[in-house]
Every structure is written in structure tokens, then in C-alpha cells.
Design a protein around this ligand. Structure first.
Ligand code: AGP
Length: 609
């Protein structure tokens, strides 16, 4: 995820900015850059690491004011021209977030003669800021920024400099983190406190829709109406190591907690509740082509494959498309029967999984149109597939996929609704219900996260077990698969994910009083069926842990432990249940002192066959 930093004070800015950017490296990035005021604004940026950036900054660059950025690509490839800061004449801007209306703004600013040098959404902020400072008499940087943020839709934490006002650094925030560090004769701005923790622990957290400016010895903060705000400072208690993980003990836990924001980024700017439509222009699929489609083949591995199973159910129900889900490592050596009128969807968070890449090449050789659903801009899959739907979940550092899985689910919901509307399989009203439901998910995930103590208690109760079963039906079947994969991956407990109706065809022989069975039992048309399966395993003395809706008053009668999720649209409940199971795995692994972020024998990106 991108990180911004800013410094103004009595020290040399370059070493402080570079050190701050290094502290943000843990967030993941592909490019970096700085602007320093040295009589004029001097900007240096590069696609690569901070140590590469150090080599392009002149040794003798002096200046006491500067801004910097680590970029994790969301719009445009990881190339130097897309790295921040972005400039417009005498202003320089760094940004973390996504500007949803950037295309519209870009068109308008291009019409006014502004030349765009990058593919980013951020460059519109720089030009708009320059325009607003100059269009109507001369405005100062702060007033120009106030005008600018009024026109931005989406999320942003911005730091900006103007060559004519080197004594100030301006900032603004909405839906992206921004914190100010208060030093002695120096002030700092950053995406998180880690960046300046070496210099100060006294901070002010900037709230949404606040704007302000830093001078070496003072800070001014204003609300949207231009009213000056008086804010208390807070003292950070963390040490540096904890702060790298934003206070969480592990990256996995941090990433689980990021899901309200990460899924919001996945659907930002694509859903119209009013019209019941999902806009996915980036796929370049013509309506006629969509109507002609006969079949979908999903290709993936591991967690992404589990997401693919949910995709199959969605495409069949919402878009009326027969869908196969193929394990990439098998598909490449099989003899698939493919024809032109089908769509291949490769799901891969890293975009680098060797088996998935090879399988997509194989499907393309049959003339199939392909779409990649991936989290990493510029990854290899984005060059192999015909078009790309980015999940924009931000970098995931823990080996176990969590936020990228739920982001994949959101991408699949969006794609299924989009195809289903164009193919006339679902009505605008049905789509609206789903869209409203998707928009409620961030808040509902937040509620699940608030119940982590109950999940922790449950995890500790069964952490010493040797085997676990996860069962579910229909859309809850992939949730069971993913729950089992997560548990075995990080806690080393043997776990099986099963379609609940399949138990009686063999695995029931393994169920004993020592086998916890997690039944995903959210409400839907298979609810009565999963209750029967729960009774089957209870009859073999298993301990049953149910994941059930808040408004389910019946479930308690049949099971030993209930882990609740907010009631939601039947099709969307898998997102919430998955968060419960991620936390269950996490706390089980924690109780067993496992290496959670780097489980044995596993790699984040599997680039070999
Ligand atoms: C999941 O927790 C694992 N890290 C693994 O199963 C992963 O999903 C699989 O290797 C596929 O990776 P990809 O999504 O990057 O292609």
C-alpha cells in the first residue's frame, strides 16, 4: 500500500525523508520518490527500492522541506513516470488512496491544456491544485488544496508543496490514514507513525475531511468549512518493531483487520446502487461478446482456487453461464476441450504463480478470451491475460492469503453481476439488492472483527486437536475449503474441507469425539440440509462449532459453540464467514506458537512449477 511522508524543520530533509520511507517499506511498494525545496522544487523518483532512489538523489542536495512517497501501483504500471511525487509547474504532490473520478477530472484538465505524463490518478490532484491556485486570482497553497479536495471523489491522504511558499507543507485526508508528528522546531506528516517514530512520539491523528498545514514550529488544522480546529496531541506507546505492523503482533492479523478498507478499495467507483449496475470498463468486453458467451473456465491454485469455486456458483446463478473451475497445475497437462466462445478467468493474487501462468497460456492457445483477477499491478499475469480486474487490496505480506481472498470474492461478485445484467439473467432490482449488500460488508466485517475474543476462546479450546473438519453446502462449501486450508497452512493441524453432503460417502468414518467439526451454517436455501449434516456428526460425538447468522435463534440447540456473523444477503455471507475462519486459524496458530507470517515449507509467491 502506498505511503506518504513529509518533513519541514531545521534539519536536512533528504536523510529524514529517506529514513522515513525506509520505515514504510514493510507496507510493500514498487516505486519511490521525493521532492525537496532547494530554492526550487527538486524531484527524484524511481521504479525500484529506496536504496535505488538514494543513488539518483545528488549527494549535495540540501533543503529543509520535503515530501516523499512509496508507491504500490493501483493505476498504471510500476514505472518511474508513475512514481510520486507528481508535479504541476510549481506544485508537487504525494498521495495515498484512490481518486475514483480521476478520468473525468483528467479529461477536463486536459481540455484546459494540462499535459499528463503518467497513468496515475494522482497526477490529476497536482494539476487540479495548480489550476485552483491560479484560475481565479492567486490563491495560497492551503486555499488551493481546500478547493481541490472538494472536487475529489474517493480516498486520499495528500501532502503538497508549492515553490512559492516553501515555509509550509499542506496536507488533507479522507479515508486514508494521515498522522502528524510534532518535533522540536520540526514537524512531520506520514501515513503511519512508524515513519517518524525515531524523531518523535507526540502525534496528532488527522481525521477525515480535515486539511491543514505544517510550519517548522506550528501546525494548523481546519475542517471542511474552513474553521480552525484545536486538537490534543497523543503520545505513542509502541516501540519501533511493533509499529511496523501498526501495533499488530503479526502481518496476518493486521491484514485480517484491513479487510473493511481493502474490500472497499476493490469495489470503489464500480457500483451503482441507483441503476443496479456494475461498471467494469477495464475488461473491454463488448455487450455482444458477453451475450455470445457459452462457458467460463476459472483457473487458479490454493486460496484463489477456493475463491474460484464461489465464482462458479455466482456465474451460474447470476449470469447463467456454465462454469468449470480448474486446478492450474492439472489443467496445463490435461486435454481441455475449449472453443472460441468461452471466457477464461485466471485468479491469482500475486499474478506470478507459475502453474496459473502456464494454464492461461495454454487456454489462450485455443483462442479463448482471458481475464486476470489479480492484486499486483504489472505482475506477469497482467501481460498474459487479455484484460485485468485488479483487486486493489494492498500488499499482503503474511504468506496466508486473507484480505486478497475476500477482495477476490468481491471481484467475482462484481463480475457476475456485470455479466448477469448484460445477459439479462438478473433484474436491476436483484442487482441493486446485491450492491446494497456489498456496500454494507465493510461495516459488517468490522463487527466480526469486534468479536475476535469469542473466536480466540474457541480457538484455544481446540488448539490441541490433531484433526479438524470444515463443512458447508453450496456457497459455504468454498468457505469450508478455505477455512481448512488456512488452518492447516498456519497451525499445522490436519484439516479437511468438505461439501457437507459428501461426509456420508467416506469421511464420516474419521469423525470421533476428538474431531472438531466447523459447520458453516449461515441462512440460505441449504440451511435445513446443513442442520441434517450437523446432526449426522453430532451422532458420532463430534464437537460442532457453527458459524451462524446473528438472527438464527435455532442453531444453539444443535451445536456446541456458535460463532456469529451479521445477517446478510445469502450470496454475500461467505465474505463474513471467511473472516471468522481466518481469525479462528490465526488464534489457533498463536496458541501453538507457530510461525504465523512465514509458515514452514511455504512461499508467498509460487513462481516454480
Ligand atoms: C493461501 O493462503 C496460500 N498462500 C496459497 O494457497 C495461494 O493462494 C496459492 O499459492 C496461489 O497463489 P496466487 O493467488 O498468488 O496465485
Amino acid at each position: 500500500m502506498c505511503g506518504i511522508v513529509g518533513y519541514i524543520g531545521s534539519e536536512q530533509a533528504v536523510p529524514i525523508l529517506l529514513e522515513s520511507l525506509k520505515m514504510l517499506e514493510y507496507r510493500g511498494y514498487d516505486s519511490a520518490g521525493v521532492t525537496v525545496f532547494n530554492g526550487s522544487l527538486e524531484t527524484y523518483k524511481i521504479a525500484g527500492r529506496i536504496k535505488d532512489l538514494e543513488t539518483v538523489i545528488p549527494q549535495n542536495l540540501t533543503g529543509n522541506t520535503g515530501i516523499g512517497h512509496t508507491r504500490w501501483a493501483t493505476h498504471g504500471k510500476p514505472e518511474t513516470r508513475n512514481a510520486h511525487p507528481h508535479l504541476s509547474s510549481n506544485v508537487s504532490v504525494v498521495h495515498n488512496g484512490i481518486i475514483e473520478n480521476y478520468m473525468e477530472l483528467k479529461e477536463r484538465l486536459s481540455g484546459l491544456g494540462y499535459e499528463f505524463l503518467s497513468d496515475t490518478d494522482t497526477e490529476v490532484i497536482a494539476h487540479l491544485l495548480h489550476f485552483n491556485m491560479n484560475c481565479d486570482g492567486n490563491k495560497c497553497l492551503l486555499d488551493g488544496l481546500a478547493e481541490t479536495v472538494k472536487e475529489l471523489e474517493g480516498s486520499y491522504a495528500i501532502a503538497a508543496l508549492c515553490a512559492e511558499e516553501p515555509e509550509i507543507l499542506a496536507f488533507a485526508r479522507k479515508d486514508s490514514p494521515l498522522v502528524i508528528g510534532i518535533g522540536e522546531g520540526s514537524n512531520y506528516a506520514a501515513s503511519d507513525v512508524t515513519a517518524f517514530l525515531r524523531h518523535t512520539k507526540e502525534v496528532i491523528f488527522i481525521n477525515d475531511n480535515e486539511i491543514g498545514l505544517l510550519r517548522p514550529g506550528s501546525i494548523e488544522i481546519f475542517d471542511q468549512g474552513g474553521n480552525r480546529l484545536s486538537r490534543e496531541t497523543e503520545t505513542i506507546e509502541w516501540d519501533l518493531e511493533a509499529a511496523e505492523k501498526a501495533g499488530y503482533e503479526h502481518f496476518m492479523l493486521k491484514e485480517i483487520h484491513e479487510q473493511p478498507t481493502s474490500i472497499q478499495n476493490t469495489f470503489a467507483g464500480k457500483l451503482s446502487e441507483l441503476e443496479g449496475t456494475v461498471t467494469l470498463d477495464e475488461l473491454h468486453l463488448e455487450p455482444a461478446e458477453i451475450k455470445r458467451l457459452r462457458r467460463v473456465t476459472i483457473i487458479a491454485c490454493g486460496t484463489s482456487w477456493n475463491a474460484g469455486i464461489l465464482g462458479k456458483y455466482l456465474f451460474e446463478k447470476l449470469a447463467g453461464l456454465h462454469t468449470d473451475v480448474e486446478t492450474a497445475s492439472e489443467f496445463r497437462y490435461s486435454n481441455p476441450v475449449l472453443c472460441g466462445e468461452e471466457l477464461t478467468i485466471a485468479i491469482t493474487q500475486s499474478g506470478e504463480t507459475a502453474d496459473t501462468l502456464a494454464a492461461v497460456r495454454s487456454s489462450s492457445s485455443y483462442g479463448c478470451r482471458s481475464i486476470a483477477i489479480t492484486n499486483v499491478v504489472g505482475s506477469t499475469i497482467t501481460r498474459e491475460a487479455d484484460s485485468v480486474l485488479y483487486t486493489r487490496a494492498g500488499p499482503e505480506i503474511g504468506v496466508a492469503a486473507t484480505k486478497t481472498f475476500t477482495a477476490q470474492l468481491i471481484a467475482l461478485y462484481m463480475l457476475a453481476i456485470n455479466l448477469g445484467r448484460i445477459r439479462g439473467i438478473i433484474s436491476a432490482n436483484e442487482a441493486k439488492d446485491l450492491i446494497v449488500g456489498i456496500k454494507r460488508l465493510p461495516g459488517q466485517i468490522q463487527k466480526v472483527l469486534g468479536r475476535k475474543d469469542v473466536i480466540n476462546d474457541c480457538a484455544m479450546q481446540f488448539a490441541d486437536k490433531r484433526d479438524y473438519f470444515f463443512i458447508g453446502r453450496y456457497l459455504n462449501y468454498p468457505v469450508a475449503l478455505e477455512g481448512a486450508l488456512k488452518l492447516k497452512e498456519i497451525s499445522y493441524i490436519h484439516a479437511e474441507g468438505y461439501a457437507a453432503g459428501e461426509l456420508k460417502h467416506g469421511p464420516l468414518a474419521l469423525i470421533t469425539e476428538d474431531t472438531p467439526v466447523v459447520a458453516i451454517a449461515t441462512k440460505g436455501h441449504t440451511y435445513e440440509k446443513i442442520l441434517s449434516n450437523i446432526k449426522e456428526v453430532k451422532a458420532r460425538n463430534a464437537t460442532v462449532i457453527a458459524v451462524a447468522d446473528d438472527d438464527d435463534t435455532e442453531i444453539e440447540k444443535y451445536v456446541d459453540v456458535v460463532l456469529r456473523v451479521p445477517s446478510s444477503h445469502e450470496l454475500l455471507a461467505p465474505v463474513l464467514s471467511s473472516v471468522v475462519l481466518q481469525l479462528l486459524s490465526y488464534y489457533t496458530a498463536l496458541a501453538k506458537y507457530c510461525s504465523i507470517d512465514k509458515p514452514r515449507n511455504l512461499a508467498k509467491s509460487v513462481t516454480v512449477e
